[in-house]
Design a protein around this ligand. Structure first.
Ligand code: SF4
Ligand code: SF4
Length: 491
């Protein structure tokens, strides 16, 4: 039996199986799996559907349990399991399915319906064949459009060297026109625009004009169009919220705490509060219109104690949450840097709030920095399907390195330039210390820029590796509990 939930993204794959002994079977062998189609928004760009997991079977018809297996009994009669080669993350096995998986400690043929689901999850793999993750074809070309370099806030960790300059309409239109040409020429099916800055909503009229042109281009070319506005949420007007709704453009707001904690991280230019304006916008402008913006929380040493409270504030309003780690920049104060024990404790406190509220809508992809559950080789789309267009019409690989742009929107062919840029976004299989990590196709080694900053190497593990490894079991367990609740096994 396969049943889709009303949310459309959770799949309950339940298979009634006969036990091959004489006893009556009080349980069913079933597996709860999850499709992460409804992605989270954050500053960076996901690597898209870049990879497929494969297990080459050859002529061999015998299967065995995958050697590296993450397992935890998360509830009486339920096991959370994750194969490194799982296509979309962990799944939950009933006791019967778990026992069936154990039957394959020794190689054997597939003989029960549940066996095929275990194979789909790469929990069972062909005997004597090598499992692998390989590159797929990216579908979405994502562009960060830096519509303004100005901002009304003065966040200490901001990586933008601000000025009063903004993108001109001419540059914006030309950028988006050329972007569609690049997307067509390089076989992408979707263009995604991230309107960013500075504070992007200070240039909302420009965003509207650019997006209107993008819609025309999408219609003319047959490409899909997605849009998201990245904002601090303090300057939104009712007409802007109406426009977002009418144009199906998403909104991501930064939330770094509640009240004073948020203000410490995100003060106004004169050192005042920005939380009041943000909460007013969420409660009075957005939620009444049915807009649930993504809440992006940047975690540093300064606000780690307040992350749990911020998560509660967001979950009470049913906002999707994305927990991101502060990235060190040359201009940011050094005492913002992450301290392992404090970060782990603060994150676990935030996870406790998730467990208490336990939303049934998917949230795992937002729980741990750049960790994503769809199997992938690279942490972000840099060098493949992501680019940044500065307010001056220059092209850069990453929003944190806008000043290192070497090309411009006037160039004929953008992608080769970007593919050979300064940032080496290596596949995780090329990172020495990551090759044997159980989580390698979920974490993929973290932000390459941060890895390089910390180690001077592109092929090293991420400086947050110990934090990722400490928190991943807790994050996976939350997903297991969510799956049980979403499918009616937990109340
Ligand atoms: S950075 Fe650490 S957790 Fe991530 S893939 Fe590498 S070894 Fe694993
Ligand atoms: S290089 Fe790092 S900061 Fe830049 S897009 Fe990739 S993950 Fe994000």
């Amino acid at each position: 039996m396969i049943k889709n939930s009303q949310a459309g993204s959770v799949i309950l794959t339940g298979r009634q199986t006969e036990k091959n002994d004489d006893c009556a079977c009080p349980d069913r062998a079933f597996i709860l799996t999850f499709d992460f189609a409804d992605g989270q928004e954050n500053d960076c760009a996901c690597p898209d559907t870049l990879v497929a997991t494969t297990s080459s079977t050859g002529a061999n018809a015998r299967f065995h349990q995958v050697r590296e297996l993450y397992r935890e009994q998360i509830w009486d009669g339920f096991w959370l399991v994750l194969s490194p080669y799982a296509p979309h993350g962990p799944c939950v096995l009933s006791e019967e399915a778990w026992k069936r998986l154990q039957d394959f400690a020794l190689p054997g043929p597939l003989s029960q319906p549940v066996d095929h689901i275990l194979v789909e999850q790469n929990l069972l793999v062909p005997f004597n064949a090598r499992s692998q993750v390989r590159l797929g074809k990216p579908e979405t070309l994502t562009a960060w459009l830096h519509v303004t370099n100005a901002c009304n806030l003065d966040c200490p960790y901001c990586y933008v060297r601000k000025s009063s300059a903004s993108m001109s309409l001419e540059t914006g239109l030309r950028a988006v026109e050329n972007l569609f040409v690049q997307a067509q020429e390089n076989g992408f099916s979707t263009v995604k625009l991230k309107y960013a800055g500075g504070e992007s909503t200070l240039q909302f009229r420009l965003i509207r004009s650019i997006h209107a042109r993008a819609r025309q281009l999408a219609q003319a070319t047959g490409l899909q169009l997605q849009g998201v506005v990245l904002s601090n949420g303090t300057t939104l007007r009712p007409a802007d919220a109406d426009w977002l709704l009418e144009n199906n453009v998403r909104l991501m707001v930064s939330l770094d705490g509640v009240g004073r904690q948020h203000d410490l991280m995100r003060p106004t230019k004169d050192g005042g509060s920005s939380f009041a304006a943000l909460s007013q916008a969420v409660d009075k402008l957005l939620l009444p219109r049915g807009i649930h913006p993504f809440a992006s929380i940047t975690i540093s040493r300064w606000n780690v104690d307040g992350v749990a409270e911020a998560v509660r504030w967001a979950l009470e309003r049913e906002l999707p949450v994305s927990l991101n780690f502060y990235r060190q920049t040359q201009s940011a104060p050094g005492d913002l840097a992450l301290e392992e024990t404090a970060i782990i404790n603060g994150m676990l406190a935030a996870y406790a709030v998730f467990e208490e509220v336990l939303p049934t809508r998917p949230f795992l992809n937002g729980l741990l920095d750049r960790v994503q559950m769809d199997a992938h080789l690279q942490t972000c789309g840099v060098g493949m399907n992501y680019l940044v267009i500065t307010h001056e019409g220059k092209l850069a690989q990453c929003q944190m390195h806008q000043e290192q742009s070497t090309a411009s929107i006037a160039d004929k062919d953008w992608l080769p330039v970007l593919n050979h840029g300064w940032i080496h976004n290596l596949p995780v299989d090329d990172k020495d210390e990551c090759q044997v990590c159980l989580y390698r196709y979920r974490c993929s080694g973290g932000c390459p820029l941060e890895t390089y900053r910390a180690s001077g190497r592109w092929n090293a593990k991420n400086p947050n590796c110990q934090i990722y490894k400490a928190l991943l079991p807790a994050a996976l367990r939350l997903e297991g509990l969510r799956l049980l609740k979403a499918n009616g096994y937990l109340h």
